[in-house]
Design a protein around this ligand. Structure first.
Ligand code: BYC
Length: 327
């Protein structure tokens, strides 16, 4: 079905617009230019709908798959307090997945179809979650770096032209801020801890730095979707702009903690006021996106197993709804 959605978007793209569609499209683009939100029942070009379904569903899948690396550490948290904090964070991510699947459903696609596409390996989720969380420190570094990157992206998406996505982002970003704080707090404590603790946190940053930068997507010159997304106000900043914002904000914070990033090419441009990174390994990025990252198979196996284990719950809910005359 998701294949059909892609087809649906593509086939309509090739249909020539008559004067009526042209007027509708113009009115639609004027509304966006005036900062109005597009709502579910409103007319929208098929390609706008297709792009939103693609992006919101990938975002939802990222939240749900994103529970796995940190979730593996809930049972091994070093204290009851840390365990409660991590449980709450991972639970937040499940909630974010829920809001996002709901937002996608307002575009006429069902959650079942979207999940089916994920489990069949047809849908994408963020590349960053295909890397392993090797020790407890990774929990802090994921919260600090990955959630911070997500916040910048989601704050931008909170201004998106599609109302349900923008509103979901407002709520998600607020929760994500707490998630980032727990990671930052852990990183600060480790950075001020024993030499061994500092070495552990530095090692985790070394491993997560490049995957976090890749999370923002390919460079603008290799981003086929950006032009349409920016034109329609779905994305209001490009992949490179957001990545730069992240680098400019995080490097001084890490420096203040006595931590470094594994980039010999990193430099500060006094004139531009920006931190410049060395070359990102885009071959690695595309390999991971295409399913050949260190944990792609493990992540998909975990999602498929969770889906099977939850089957009886879905069936029980359906039977109950049917019994109540709701189904
Ligand atoms: N990973 O044309 P482009 C969280 C794909 S979870 C995988 O630039 P676009 C958290 C892209 O889809 C929140 N694939 O795409 C959870 C496209 O392929 P298709 C995660 C990627 O859409 C737990 C192709 O590459 N955030 O915060 O203009 C714990 C070309 O790319 C990636 C979101 O999901 C990638 N990194 O821009 C902690 C944000 N990048 O679809 C934290 C929502 C690109 O044409 N998404 N691709 O086959 C977005 O903002 C945008 O979709 C992106 C990409 C910036 C990611």
């Amino acid at each position: 079905m998701v294949e059909d959605i892609k087809m649906f978007g593509k086939s309509l793209e090739t249909v020539e617009e008559g004067p009526e569609q042209e007027a509708q499209r113009k009115a639609f683009e004027d509304r966006i230019a005036h900062g109005e939100k597009i709502e579910p029942g409103d007319w929208m070009p098929a390609e706008y709908r297709r792009q939103l379904i693609r992006m919101i569903s990938q975002h939802a899948h990222s939240e749900v798959v994103g529970m796995l690396p940190e979730g593996a550490w809930i049972g091994r948290a070093p204290s009851l307090r840390r365990k409660m904090i991590l449980l709450a964070k991972v639970q937040d991510e499940a909630g974010h997945g829920q809001y996002l699947y709901h937002a996608a459903e307002t575009l006429g696609v069902s959650r079942e179809e979207l999940i089916e596409a994920l489990l069949a390996g047809k849908a994408k989720y963020s590349s960053v979650f295909n890397y392993p969380a090797l020790n407890w420190t990774d929990v802090g570094v994921i919260g600090y770096l990955v959630d911070f990157a997500a916040i910048l992206n989601q704050t931008m998406l909170a201004r998106c032209s599609y109302g349900p996505y923008a509103r979901a982002m407002v709520r998600i970003s607020a929760e994500e801020n707490f998630n980032k704080k727990q990671g930052q707090d852990l990183v600060i404590r480790m950075a001020h801890g024993t030499l061994g603790e500092k070495a552990m946190v530095q090692d985790a940053i070394n491993r997560w730095w490049w995957p976090t930068l890749m999370m923002f997507g390919p460079p603008d010159t290799a981003s086929p979707n950006s032009a349409a997304l920016i034109r329609w106000g779905i994305k209001t900043k490009t992949n490179d702009e957001l990545r730069q914002e992240f680098v400019d904000k995080i490097i001084p914070e890490l420096e203040a903690l006595g931590l470094t990033v594994p980039d010999p090419g990193l430099s500060y441009g006094a004139e531009s006021g920006h931190w410049m990174t060395g070359e990102i390994n885009w071959d690695e990025f595309w390999r991971v996106v295409q399913g050949q990252g260190p944990c792609n198979q493990e992540r998909m196996a975990a999602r498929r197993a969770a889906h099977e284990e939850g089957r009886w719950v879905r069936e029980a809910l359906e039977a109950y709804a049917h019994h109540q005359g709701l189904g």
